[in-house]
Design a protein around this ligand. Structure first.
Ligand code: BTN
Length: 263
């Protein structure tokens, strides 16, 4: 499969030379962190056909059967962590672009890290920063998983909220093709991560279906309800809560009414 991926990545993209392909890994993000610790270069790309311990946000697991794309990239940006707040947004924009190019369908984004189609989850993103002892970014790991084939063996409640490329696209699309387009799109985004932030956030805003919706915000033990108004320049979600307070939410779980079983 590695050759199938390589044959579909543009020769202009230098990350074709740093692609590592695995039949199975616990988690491409976990392995990427280990390789980064041993000095792996900026732009090292890890792709696994399946993951046995795929990880999602907030300590959740991410089921990763064969038939999906599971990919992580090691970035070594020379900047403080606060300049990278929008990294998940940038990865989501790249993910949407790759899906469009490979499969001809246009996913939406559920803030902050889900690719969705018809209100069902198509994929997810997990970005992780590794800081040195001085609080400087040693590396950032961007991980993305996209369901290509209809997931088999998912629990029933997940099957109702999850979708895949094969269910939504009439264009034949292999995991290899989507992986190739993803690597190209992530490479493009990485080149303008800081200078192209405004333009990228505009694209994110256009795709973000959370905006304007009634939402539930869960942060630790606290639960609150409100309306998602806008995004700030770093990708934080501006929310007007029921008591009229307006606040930027940067973490926690945001459920959108009418999606993923939240009524
Ligand atoms: C989420 O939905 O909360 C995020 C899911 C992120 C999954 C991807 S798959 C590739 C990379 N490796 C992981 O263990 N997680 C990310």
């Amino acid at each position: 499969m590695k050759n199938e991926i390589l044959s579909q990545i543009s020769t202009e993209c230098p990350w074709r030379d740093t692609l590592l392909w695995y039949h199975s890994l616990d988690s491409t993000n976990t392995r990427a962190k280990a390789l980064a610790k041993d000095g792996a270069a900026h732009g090292t790309v890890l792709v696994a056909k399946t993951q046995t311990g795929g990880r999602g946000r907030m300590g959740r697991s991410f089921l990763s059967p064969t038939g999906g794309v599971y990919l992580s990239v090691i970035l070594r940006p020379d900047c403080p962590p606060k300049k990278l707040m929008h990294l998940t947004c940038a990865t989501a924009v790249a993910g949407c672009k790759a899906v469009e190019q490979a499969c001809g369908v246009y996913p939406d984004i559920k803030w902050t890290n889900d690719l969705v189609y018809s209100k069902k989850k198509l994929g997810g993103i997990l970005t992780e920063l590794v800081l040195d002892n001085h609080g400087v970014v040693d590396c950032a790991i961007i991980g993305i998983g996209i369901n290509c084939e209809k997931p088999k063996g998912f629990p029933k409640e997940l099957q109702e909220t999850v979708t895949s490329i094969s269910e939504i696209s009439e264009t034949p699309c292999t995991a290899a093709k989507l992986t190739a387009k993803l690597i190209e799109a992530l490479y493009e985004i990485s080149k303008t991560l800081i200078v192209g932030k405004q333009e990228m956030m505009d694209l994110y805003r256009q795709r973000c279906i959370t905006l304007g919706q009634e939402i539930k915000v869960v942060c630790g033990d606290a639960v609150d309800y409100g309306t998602a108004l806008d995004l700030d320049q770093d990708g934080g979600l501006l929310v007007r809560f029921r008591d009229g307070r307006e606040k930027v939410v940067t973490s926690g779980e945001v459920s959108v009414r009418g999606m993923y079983g939240y009524l």
